[in-house]
Design a protein. Structure first.
Lengths: 307, 249
């Protein structure tokens, strides 16, 4: 069944979009990530213009992170203060991102920049995660007890000034890295249409030493607001949010997420991380190939006078 | 789509003329739109019966989309990566250009004639924004522009798409691509007699998104802030409902 998307201005198949949303929702429920890093490239492969894929991806991320954050709020695994500081940085980062987005779009380099960012970030995160999870799998197979990082360990981040206490996370840390992390994620959110959970979660655990049980809820909480802000700014400055497209993806996504979460409970942590790492790497490789392979058409047309 | 035939009743052989009519002045693109054929009826006024019998009248019908500025970009390889490097901006390029003809264009008239009339996708004059660029570059990007437009179905040619139903009456079928742009389109009919251009007639056609799609598009542009707020609320509502319906914890 075809449907005409009013903003993207093309006809697409409803079932393809619902299935796409459901598949990504399943994976995001299984791995506890927003799924924006899968939705945006998938939309681009499906010939949705990148500018619209990014803005609509941000809109779709709100739905999945909102329903995820609700569960964590009920369980009390959400640090509002930490989330608030991350958010303050996030707003600054996404404002900068929107300007860069509009500038790149005018210069005709937006598609390239989005692809490059995806390849670099997904490649790095996926590679690191794969190495870490394969090591963990090997260690558990050889019977050795997993080496846990001591929470008392301090690194250079803990020597920075302007310290602040975050009770729910049992953390006393400088606000500089927290604001910086929020800003970085906000920037990526507006340029890549992702929530940034796949960077935020490891950064909170490994850099700031936030307890793992608080990390996902807090990250989801701040992602709701960053992607809501991104959606709003894209809607007002670029008019690239396609609400019909976003709704179809969300509808598939929220259903898929619940089944994914159930399936995820049957797998062990290392196995889950190894699978997610391979998925992330596969997306990165697919996008990298497009950068290097001679495109079928060297010429492209864009409407002039867009901001 | 019909028009009124005007009877040819003149005593002295008056000059031939052409008329086209559209039954509607607006077409709506609905949710299921995946391209369409648009039929335009027209008539020759005061045709010479002898010329008509010998099939020496030719008609070319063009449906031309609204003009818009376009940037054409060329990718080049930099350190192994394909990057948009050179570009050329053209002013007032018709977004779409569908042609229907009685016979192949080259059989109807001389190429110079088409150039003069700026008729046919190959002969449309594309005005570069920066005319100081070298003619070779402009030539290259103009060709690329036509090629891309043809590849996306926005520029099309339907040879044999114009058929004479009688000595006076003809029917033209032009293609509307699935991605046909909204806006004011111009339907033009050109009459040729034995390779000579005789007369032109035109009519306007509004193509717009149908009620719902149009509303979404308008709201997104005119009330973009509210639209953004709505998109966010919809996402939150969907997330909340999804949890309510499919909750597993």
């Amino acid at each position: 069944m075809g449907i005409y998307l009013p903003i993207a201005e093309i006809s697409v198949n409803v079932f393809v979009l619902l299935a796409m949303g459901a598949a990504v929702g399943f994976l995001s429920g299984m791995f506890g990530v927003g799924g924006g890093f899968l939705i945006t490239p998938l939309l681009i492969f499906y010939n949705i213009p990148p500018a619209i894929a990014v803005a609509t991806g941000a809109n779709q991320v709100i739905a999945s992170s909102f329903s995820g954050a609700l569960s964590h709020f009920k369980r009390g695994t959400l640090d509002f203060k930490l989330g608030g500081v991350l958010l303050a940085g996030g707003i600054v980062g996404s404002t900068a991102g929107i300007f860069v987005f509009a500038l790149l779009r005018r210069l005709g380099q937006l598609d390239l920049f989005i692809s490059l960012l995806y390849v670099v970030l997904l490649g790095t995160v996926g590679g690191l995660m794969l190495v870490e999870s394969v090591n963990a799998l090997r260690a558990s197979r050889s019977g050795a007890a997993p080496v846990l990082k001591k929470s008392g360990q301090h690194n250079w981040i803990h020597r920075l000034p302007f310290k602040m206490r975050f009770r729910a996370s049992k953390l006393f840390v400088s606000v500089i890295p927290v604001l910086g992390l929020g800003a970085g994620i906000g920037f990526l959110s507006s340029i890549m249409g992702v929530g940034g959970g796949f960077i935020m979660v490891p950064a909170l655990i490994y850099l700031l030493k936030v307890p793992t049980n608080v990390v996902i809820g807090t990250s989801l909480f701040q992602i709701i607001f960053t992607s809501a802000y991104t959606t709003l700014v894209h809607a007002t400055t670029n008019q690239t949010v396609d609400v019909i497209l976003a709704f179809l993806l969300m509808a598939g996504g929220v259903a898929g997420a619940q089944y994914g979460a159930k399936a995820g409970q049957r797998l062990r942590g290392e196995q889950l991380r190894a699978l997610l790492a391979m998925l992330v790497l596969a997306v990165a490789i697919r996008l990298a190939v497009d950068l290097f392979v001679t495109p079928p058409n060297l010429y492209s047309l864009t409407a002039a006078g867009l901001n | 789509m019909l028009f009124a035939l005007s009877p040819a009743t003149a005593q002295t052989p008056p000059a031939e003329s052409i008329q086209i009519g559209l039954s509607t002045d607006a077409i709506s693109i609905t949710a299921g739109f995946s391209g369409a054929d648009l039929t335009i009826f027209g008539s020759l006024e005061n045709p010479d019966p002898l010329v008509a019998r010998q099939g020496r009248y030719d008609v070319i019908v063009v449906l031309e989309g609204p003009p818009r500025p376009v940037v054409v970009r060329r990718k080049d390889r930099v350190l192994g990566v394909w990057i948009n490097l050179d570009s050329e901006t053209f002013e007032n390029v018709p977004v779409s250009y569908s042609v229907a003809t009685t016979r192949p264009l080259q059989d109807i008239a001389e190429p110079a004639k088409y150039k003069q009339l700026s008729l046919g996708a190959q002969n449309l004059y594309m005005k570069p924004a920066d005319e100081t660029d070298s003619p070779a570059t402009i030539e290259e990007f103009t060709a690329a522009l036509r090629d891309r437009k043809a590849a996306t179905g926005l520029y099309s040619e339907n040879v044999g798409g114009v058929q004479f139903l009688s000595q006076n009456l003809f029917r033209a079928t032009v293609r509307l691509a699935p991605n046909v742009p909204v806006g004011t389109h111009k339907a033009r009919a050109f009459l040729f007699k034995s390779g000579m251009f005789v007369k032109e007639s035109s009519a306007q056609l509004e193509i717009r998104k149908s009620g719902f799609e149009q509303s979404v598009f308008r709201v997104a542009h005119d009330y973009s802030f509210l639209y953004g707020v709505f998109a966010i609320s919809l996402a939150m509502l969907t997330g909340w409902l999804g949890r309510l319906i499919f909750r597993k914890d």
